[in-house]
Design a binder for this molecule. Structure first.
Ligand code: SF4
Length: 261
């Protein structure tokens, strides 16, 4: 290789490193996608990604890959967001009400967001993308509780989540419950992962992961020490996360504007 070629290549590599560093800085400082992200991930516009996401959700709702599932898929809609919440699987109510976390677990989850992050249910649903390990209700098991999705069903459904990560390129994913957490990191015990932030890669994209315990009444983990304190710690991490803090700020601004108006 000629010396000048080598110099040019070295300059380009160092320029690329600067762009990557600046992009990460912009993302962590402002909680939004780095201003240089389009240079790093192709020229796809927000409108194109919105269209892709809309098409993705339409196809997801038609999915019938798992014959043992007891409902059709549930989706929270094609919400363009930097943040994803990943649940486990819908219960019996969600397919009827046609939205994720529509019943008791949802009440607790949205109360957590409201109390710790200052973002109410309507704002969470309209600003955060909701995914799940499986999108259909698995049915009940012999003891009358919700059946845990089988490995083949989780495998079948994982391509939907991979596609969502490719389209949205989120900065933060919040997996809710052990089954959801285990799709990203090892989770031998909730005590080892709740209250921490992890840097994770999936579907060719790197993002932060802040796990939460499942808020269903079936598991008392989040109500009893040390789960109670660790859950508080995780919610405080989420509240301080720049993209979440931006949602809270936007809500306060719109409330102030409504009061003044
Ligand atoms: S669980 Fe997922 S992969 Fe299986 S039928 Fe439902 S949407 Fe399709």
């Amino acid at each position: 290789m000629l010396k000048s070629d080598a110099r040019t290549r070295a300059h380009s590599q160092s320029f690329a490193k600067w762009i990557i560093a600046l992009s990460y800085f912009a993302r962590s400082a402002f909680g939004v996608r780095g201003v240089f992200a389009p240079l790093l991930s192709g020229p796809m516009s927000r409108t194109s990604r919105q269209q892709l996401l809309q098409r993705h959700v339409t196809q997801l709702l038609q999915c019938r890959r798992c014959p043992r599932m007891q409902s059709t898929p549930v989706s929270g809609g094609a919400i363009m967001s930097d943040i994803m919440v990943v649940g486990q699987a819908p219960g019996p109510r969600e397919p009827v009400l046609q939205r994720p976390f529509a019943h008791t677990a949802g009440k607790t989850l949205f109360r957590w967001f409201d109390e710790f992050c200052g973002v109410n249910e309507a704002a969470v649903r309209s600003r955060i993308y909701f995914a799940a390990v499986c999108r259909c209700f698995p049915g009940k098991n012999s003891s009358g509780t919700d059946r845990v999705p089988a490995p083949d069903e989780i495998r079948n459904c994982s391509s939907w989540m991979d596609n969502e990560i490719r389209i949205l390129r989120p900065c933060l994913i919040i997996p809710v419950g052990r089954l959801a957490i285990m799709q990203f990191i090892d989770c031998p015990r909730l005590e080892k992962v709740i209250g921490y932030t992890f840097r994770v890669q999936r579907a060719g994209h790197r993002f932060d992961l802040i796990p939460l315990p499942h808020p269903s009444g079936a598991s008392p983990w989040h109500k009893i020490s040390p789960g109670r304190e660790l859950t508080k710690c995780a919610l405080e991490l989420i509240a301080r996360y720049p993209a979440i803090a931006a949602l809270s700020k936007r809500r306060r601004q719109s409330e102030n504007a409504a009061t003044l108006g």
